[in-house]
Design a protein. Structure first.
Length: 149
């Protein structure tokens, strides 16, 4: 019997003055793709700590996470299932460190610019815009709903 194991990821919606922090990635296709700062949780890592780490590694920004957006389940076309913990936060300071090698650039984009990227098929997954819309609608949970030892 094969054991099914979803991939656990973290993502953070970061808003500043009506713009959202996005990363542009080279995923080997004909176009670059856009995503929130996001990535896989590392073994033994707390979910919130993983989100903070991914933001720093991918964008060189330190953020303050204020809310939990929830657990988003995504069944990718390649058959993989992702359990993505999403957070909402604010930019605190630019750190100036080098970006992860897969990140081509960071951008502060408006909702309209992100919606245009979606129409062009340039968002990494449908979760990207859904997380932003949930954050804008105030669909958040207190951080205490995550119980980790």
């Amino acid at each position: 019997m094969t054991r099914w194991t979803p991939l656990v990821t973290v993502a953070t919606v970061v808003e500043r003055a009506g713009r959202f922090l996005m990363v542009e990635e080279d995923r080997g296709g004909p176009y670059t793709l856009f995503n929130q700062p996001a990535g896989h949780l590392e073994p033994g890592e707390r979910v919130r700590d993983g989100a903070l780490r991914e933001v720093e590694e991918e964008t060189a920004w330190r953020v303050g996470i204020t809310d939990y957006l929830g657990l988003y389940v995504y069944h990718a076309p390649d058959g993989k299932t992702f359990h993505s913990h999403a957070f909402f936060g604010m930019a605190l300071a630019h750190l100036g460190n080098d970006l992860d090698r897969d990140i081509l650039a960071i951008h502060w984009l408006t909702l309209e610019e992100i919606e245009a990227l979606e129409r062009d098929g340039r968002l990494r997954s449908p979760l990207v815009l859904r997380r932003i819309r949930d954050a804008l609608a105030g669909k958040t949970f207190p951080m205490e709903v995550i119980r980790e030892r």
